[in-house]
Structures are given as C-alpha cells and as structure tokens.
Design a protein around this ligand. Structure first.
Ligand SMILES: [Zn+2]
Length: 391
C-alpha cells in the first residue's frame, strides 16, 4: 500500500481503512476521514479490542495515540476497563487516556478503585489524573480512604488532585501532613482554606513562610540579572532528601554540601532531622535533589571569578575524594572495601569503626550504630567509637 498522503479516503473499503488506521506512522490529515469511515462501517468493538491488543504489544507505537482517541469516541465501562488494562509503560499516553476515560464521569470511579486497593504503581498516577477532574463526594471518599498510601508513595499526583478538587474535607488531613519548608503543600492548604472560607490558625504561619520564599526568589533573580554569581553561590541550597527510615521525601535548606569531583560522593554537612519520623542524619539525596547540586557546581566551573571564591563562603563545595587504604576512592567504594575486609575479620574493632564512620559519612547514621557498638564490645578502649556514638 502506498503512502497515506496519496490516498483519497472516500475510495477505501473497511479492510483497507483498518490497515491504514493501524499503520505505524505519524498522524495524517486523512485520519479524520479514515476513522469516520471505520466508526460508521466497521465492527467498532472488535476493532478497538484488536487495536488495544496491539497497543499492549507495542506500548511506544505512534499508532497508540490514534487508538486511544478512537476508543474514546465509543467510551463505555467495558472499553474503559480494557483500555485501562493495557500496559503502556512510560510511553507518555496518560494524558490522553485520562481524557477519554474521564468522559465516563463518576462511572469511572468503580473501575479505578481496584488500582488503589492493590497499590498498582503503574496506574495510580493515571487514576489520580482522571479523578482530579471529577470533583465529587465519591472521589473525595476514595482518596481519603487510601490517603496514607497516596501520601507516602504518590504525593505529587495526590497534591495535584487535591488542588483540582478543592474539597473542604482535605483540609484536616493535609494539616496533619504539613511541615515547615514544604512549599507546595502549604500553598495548596492555603488555597483550600481560601476557596472553602476556612480561617485556619496555620494560615498566618504559611503567609510568613511564603513571604520569606518570595524574598529569597527576588534575591536570586536580582543576582541572576546582575550576573552576580558570587551571590548565587552563597545562597543556601534547598534540596530533596529521602529518609532511609520512613522513606518520605522532604525539602531541606542546607548551608554546606561537599561534592567529590569525579566521584558520586555528595555529603551534606548540616545535621538533618527527618520532618516525618525525626531520624537524625539517615537519608539519601533524592534524584531531583541532585539537580540543584549539579547546577551549583556548573555555575562554579563556568564562572572563572567564582572559582577563586573562598570555599567558606559558598554552599556547594567541590572537594577531593576520600583517601583511604593508600588511594583516593568514592565513599561507596570504601564501603565495599570495608565489607570485604569485615567478611574475613568480622570482629576487628578498627575495621568496624572504619565501616561505621563511612556509613555515617554517607548519612546512614542509624545503620552505623550497631557497628560502633560491636567495636566497643570487642575493644572497650576503642575510644574513637565512643566519641562517634556520643555525637
Ligand atoms: Zn523519616
């Protein structure tokens, strides 16, 4: 069959139209006529079913966009269920699927509920995207029923849904979760109070916090406009950290970050207390947290003047890797080395303390404690171990 552009759709029969429709190619102007013809003359249900089966086999195919839109023309609960069962992986069709399934209105809610009940990681973000356009009692009930799961694992999508739906019943649960320095949820809480006419006692604190953020943004913007790299580099850094104990991600404002160039070591000097569970210095840097660090490092290397700045003045500081066992290595490498050595001499106090110190350096403080304790038990004079524990 020739290229779709040379075809006159009105001359097609149903089989030819179906083949063209399912062809792996970008959309063409003739697609409207082709899908109209199929809608009118083909057995739509079986065509959609076949198309969805194909979509499941090729989740990244450019036909899928067309298939989803076509399915949307005949949307009912049965087709919605079949569409939602297709695994599109991360191929970026969620917006389209949300739109067409959303046509069902509250009929879609019973189809989405099982995703929450079985914590379906691929589909909960999609389900929340659909629910955010269904501001109804049942939607709020469904979200509130699964709130702890959603807050713990799908916060970003949950907050979007809460903001869109705007229901008053979200105010008390959000209030419990709010933490200082968490801008998105503070702003959404404030909005919910405003649109529902609620005068909450937290609002004053939030307004004060927002004022500080705005000032900081202004300061950064001013420094940008003046090309004052020094001022930018001196600003504290806001960074996302994931607690190793309770797994929640929060933002923290930090003053000193050491980065070993060429290695993956990024060590925050500030003491970090988890905003949820209170764990001290027991976290890893979240993926989005590294973006800010890398940006600061880039500024430092791009601007020759700032490279000369006193390191005490700037927030993100490049350093050499740690030196141990007679060579420079990344902390992760050092940990591996200690683990290997400990497997041969598991009770050696010197190795136990070295390992515990390395764990503490990469902010696995809680994991490090048993090793200090073991070292002290084996050698009560390993004073260094005491000192580190007492800190
Ligand atoms: Zn925690």
């Amino acid at each position: 069959m020739g290229p779709v552009a040379s075809l006159a759709p009105e001359t097609l029969d149903v089989d030819a139209a179906r083949d063209l429709f399912m062809e792996e190619r970008p959309d063409a102007p003739q697609d409207k006529a082709i899908t109209d013809l199929l809608a009118e003359k083909a057995d739509v249900k079986s065509l959609v079913r076949e198309a969805l089966r194909q979509a499941g086999q090729f989740p990244f195919s450019q036909v899928n966009d067309r298939i989803i839109r076509f399915t949307g023309r005949f949307m009912d609960e049965e087709l919605a269920r079949e569409l939602l069962a297709v695994d599109f992986e991360d191929s970026g069709f969620n917006d389209d699927i949300a739109e067409v399934v959303g046509k069902l209105g509250s009929l879609s809610i019973p189809l989405l509920r099982p995703f929450f009940e079985r914590n379906d990681q691929a589909r909960i973000p999609l389900a929340l995207r659909i629910l955010e356009n269904l501001p109804r009692e049942e939607t709020v009930d469904l979200i509130l029923t699964h709130w702890p799961l959603l807050w713990g694992q799908y916060k970003e999508w949950l907050l979007d849904a809460v903001e869109h739906i705007g229901d008053q019943r979200f105010i008390p649960v959000l209030k419990v979760e709010m933490r200082e320095g968490e801008r998105t949820e503070s702003e959404i809480f404030r909005l919910l109070c405003l649109i529902n006419g609620v005068a909450d006692t937290e609002l004053k604190r939030i307004d004060r916090e927002l004022e500080i953020w705005k000032k900081r943004e202004k300061r950064l913007q001013g420094a940008m406009e003046r090309g004052d790299m020094g001022a930018l580099l001196r600003e504290p850094l806001e960074i996302s950290l994931q607690c190793r104990s309770c797994r929640t991600i929060h933002h923290y404002t930090v003053e000193k970050v050491f980065v070993a160039v060429g290695a993956k070591d990024t060590v925050i000097e500030d003491k970090i207390v988890c905003k949820k569970c209170g764990a001290l210095d027991h976290y890893e840097i979240a993926r989005e947290g590294m973006v800010g660090v890398t940006a600061r490092l880039a500024l430092l290397t791009l601007d020759p003047d700032s490279a000369k700045m006193d390191h005490d003045e700037i927030t993100v500081i490049p350093v050499r890797s740690v030196s141990a066992f007679g060579k420079e290595m990344a902390l992760q490498e050092l940990l591996d080395k200690y683990e290997k050595k400990l497997s041969k001499k598991p009770e050696n106090p010197e190795l136990l303390i070295g390992f515990a110190n390395a764990l503490r350096q990469i902010k696995r403080r809680e994991d490090s404690i048993p090793f200090y304790e073991r070292a002290i038990k084996n050698d009560p004079l390993s004073v260094e171990g005491y000192v580190s524990l007492a800190e």
